[in-house]
Design a protein around this ligand. Structure first.
Ligand code: SDX
Length: 432
């Protein structure tokens, strides 16, 4: 029960109401405005939800000023160094780090669901080879509910759990099939003796006609990148999942809606846009020109991979990925990779520019991730697919938290209407 309140006075009517303030364990308190419309007759107005908390959550905490990211209280730096993606998945779903037995049991559950229904393979044939893989992902993941009727009863906790396991397990298989379809090669079945990321690399890059060894450096780099992308509190795609899930839609349809939202270049699509931007900049000498374009309000160009709604300091994920770039390039690529050198120089120059400094615009998670994906042989149009694989863990964890929330009800925002007032229909003969 709230003990703190804020008083709000409508200066038109002189009416004052007390609104309760709820305090979480970390971060800003929240003012419950639930009775605002009933008491005042106004709706609150917050486009983009800049100052709006949509829910209670215990999964991820971000401190934008400090550049801090915690998953269930654990700092992302420690998880990136010491954990694994599937252990982070367990942590997200079950709130605590697993015992060894719990982790082994979880790994076996995920492994059991890596295959996709054979008839799904024909679904891919309906797409042109140059179809964007995110378009295929939205379609194929959304169609999973046509195959798994036995796990779509969202009120059944067992259904919720198996649907979550199916989604986490099948995303790499579905994603790898997108890539194979785009290059006209046969789909590769999961090899359950491989790790989660090893399986993904094998399904993407192995061929039936020759042996393929998963590179341990690539596997470790991908696993860490997936840890960094697993969840990020109420970002646009996660909020989409929660909104879709609030209507009691099945989890497969909800995750498909999250994939669609993630695709946008303002969100997860930025990792692909960064590579296109770096290719367009081409040379350090062109950086000033592109920074001017980014600052020009008349120019739609934005510095992709820069800025964040919450982080007004370095995105800790960007810092970790930039460090990983050095390691991966030294082992798998060219230590003087021109693209990485250009990205480093672009960051250096932008962070000295008053426009970026005044607006606290720093590199975000998408700024460097593409450099690593490229070295791993992952094509640019698959970068956001990689993001979707990792974020599926956060999406399903947030979806399960929402379904289990006793306060959960259908999400249905209001609006500030600025359209025409009521008017009568006009027949053709009387129209000007
Ligand atoms: C992700 O929410 C999450 O947590 C997302 C994410 C996750 O893990 O889920 O972290 C993943 O989506 C990271 C962001 C990837 N997107 C990009 O890199 C695209 C480029 N960035 C911008 O589009 C922008 O910074 C956003 C979308 C990320 C944030 O937008 P906001 O919070 O609405 O900020 P804004 O547009 O109001 O910008 C504030 C000011 C504006 O200038 P003024 O009107 O004050 O003069 O900063 C400017 C903006 O024009 N600005 C930029 C800029 N980002 C903001 N100017 C140039 N280049 C940029 N990148």
């Amino acid at each position: 029960m709230a003990k703190d309140t804020v008083s709000v006075t409508d200066n038109v009517t002189g009416k004052t109401i007390e609104l309760p303030i709820y305090h979480g364990t970390l971060g800003p308190g929240a003012v419950d405005i639930g009775k605002f419309f009933r008491e005042f007759g106004y709706v609150t107005f917050d486009p983009g939800f800049v100052s709006t908390a949509s829910c209670r959550s215990s999964i991820t905490y971000i401190d934008g000023e400090k550049g801090q990211l915690l998953y269930r209280g654990y700092p992302i730096e420690q998880l990136a160094e010491k954990s694994s993606f599937l252990e982070v998945a367990y942590l997200m779903l079950h709130s605590e780090l697993p015992s060894q037995d719990e982790q082994q049991a979880f790994l076996e559950k995920i492994t059991r669901h890596t295959m996709i229904n054979e008839s799904l393979k024909s679904f891919y044939q309906g797409f042109n080879h140059d179809a964007h893989p995110m378009a295929i992902m939205v379609g194929v993941v959304g169609s999973l509910s046509a195959f798994y009727h036995d796990s779509t009863d969202i009120r059944n906790p067992e259904h919720r759990e198996i649907a979550a396991h199916r989604l986490i397990a099948k995303m790499p298989t579905i994603a790898a099939a997108c890539y194979k379809h785009s290059i006209g090669e046969p789909f590769i079945y999961p090899q359950n003796a491989l790790s989660y990321c090893g399986n993904l690399l094998n399904m993407m890059f192995s061929m039936p006609c020759e042996s393929y060894e998963v590179d341990p450096v690539a596997q470790k780099a991908l696993d860490m990148i997936f840890i960094l992308h697993a969840d990020h509190e109420q970002n646009a795609s996660t909020s989409t999942i929660r909104l879709a899930g609030s209507s009691a839609a099945n989890p497969f349809a909800c995750v498909a809606s999250g994939i669609a939202a993630l695709w946008g270049p303002a969100h997860g699509g930025a990792n692909e846009a960064v590579l296109h931007m770096l290719d367009e900049i081409g040379d350090v000498k062109n950086i000033p020109k592109f920074l001017e374009k980014a600052k020009d309000k008349e120019d739609p160009f934005r510095l992709m991979g820069f800025g964040h709604r919450i982080y007004k300091n370095f995105d800790p994920r960007a810092t970790l990925i930039r460090k990983m770039c050095h390691e991966v390039l030294s082992k798998l690529g060219d230590e003087n990779d021109p693209l990485f050198e250009l990205a480093l120089k672009l960051e250096e120059i932008a962070l000295q520019d008053d426009y970026f400094k005044q607006r606290q615009l720093y590199p975000n998670v998408d700024f460097y991730s593409g450099i690593i994906y490229k070295v791993l042989g992952i094509p640019t149009n698959m970068f956001t697919v990689m993001f979707a694989i990792a974020r599926t863990v956060g999406w399903v964890a947030q979806w399960m938290e929402m379904i289990g929330d006793p306060d959960q009800r259908i999400a249905r925002p209001r609006q500030l209407y600025e359209g025409p007032v009521m008017r009568d229909y006009v027949e053709f003969s009387k129209r000007s």
